[in-house]
Design a protein around this ligand. Structure first.
Ligand code: FE2
Length: 290
């Protein structure tokens, strides 16, 4: 159930989930540039709630791009061919007869294998299937805060190893798939590269700490043996994905969703075989995690 947030928003309306994680923002028109005050309030609500939905926003691609750039400069999207004429927009399209696994069907934070992963992802719904297709979000800040001080102290110095290899690498899921897929995935040796980020990162706006690992892109922990890393990551993945940390987003058509990759993971549910699903996606550049 949604409730009006107590926070004093003056130009927009913000209805937050009871947990505070996830909110719906109304009272604004994203087809036109926002006033300075409205944009500041949108950013404040986004910082407070991490996943914000804007219902009833029939955006063209140009308008989606324009709003994205009001939030910040575009991020870089590797491994997927962008839309013709719109190099910063990905089309997430799954045809009714498509058999390939739906895109995003594993817990992850977008492009966490990049040196400076995107701060935000924006996803706009064009065609929403009548069943399935929810997007689940995990509150990685609250999950961190729920750990014991002893566990928090143990995780504090650790560097997690990230790689796109399991998904986009030469031996990854997409390289091995046999079913036809509408989206054009570019499998690459580049994807097999690894880099490290702090396992616990601090949000540059809110100052909150959050677990920054995911089953799709985190492949190890620096200085731990593989069995040690597997045990720690296995525990964290199980801990993160408990119901109490999850917000289930149900889509309606012409809805824009914006989430914060610095303190969340997400999972795209399937369950809509036989129906078209069509979304457009942009990202906003982020900082090097610290
Ligand atoms: Fe994603």
């Amino acid at each position: 159930m949604l409730k009006e947030a107590d926070s004093p928003y003056r130009t927009i309306r913000v209805a937050a989930q009871p947990t505070g994680f996830g909110a719906e923002i109304t009272g604004l028109d994203l087809t036109r540039p926002l006033s300075k005050d409205a944009l500041a309030e949108v950013k404040a609500a986004w910082a407070a709630h991490a996943v914000v939905a804007f219902p009833d926003q029939p955006l063209t691609l140009d308008q989606l791009e324009a709003f994205t750039q009001e939030v910040g400069p575009f991020g870089e999207d590797p491994f997927i061919k962008p839309m013709p004429g719109h190099p910063n927009v990905l089309e997430l399209r799954r045809e009714p007869d498509e058999k390939a696994t739906n895109f995003g069907a594993g817990w992850h934070s977008d492009w966490s294998f990049q040196a400076a992963p995107p701060a935000a992802t924006l996803l706009h719904s064009e065609v929403v299937p009548p069943v399935g297709g929810d997007t689940l979000f995990c509150d990685c800040a609250r999950a961190y805060e729920a750990l014991s001080p002893v566990m928090q102290a143990m995780l504090a110095p650790l560097q997690a190893v990230h790689s796109a290899g399991r998904a986009y690498g030469t031996k990854g899921v997409f390289a091995r798939e046999t079913e036809a897929r509408t989206m054009q995935i570019i499998v690459s040796e580049e994807a097999d590269r690894q880099l490290t980020h702090p396992l616990v990162r601090t949000h540059p706006v809110t100052g909150r700490k959050a677990l920054f690992v995911s089953p799709v892109y985190t492949v190890g922990v620096e200085d731990l043996t593989p069995p040690e890393a597997k045990a720690i990551l296995g525990f964290l993945f199980q801990h993160l994905t408990q119901d109490e940390f999850i917000y289930r987003h149900r889509w309606r058509e012409q809805m824009l969703l914006m989430w914060d990759n610095r303190c969340t993971m997400h999972f795209a549910e399937g369950g809509y075989d036989g129906h078209l699903r069509l979304m457009h996606r942009t990202t906003v550049a982020g900082d090097t995690p610290v």
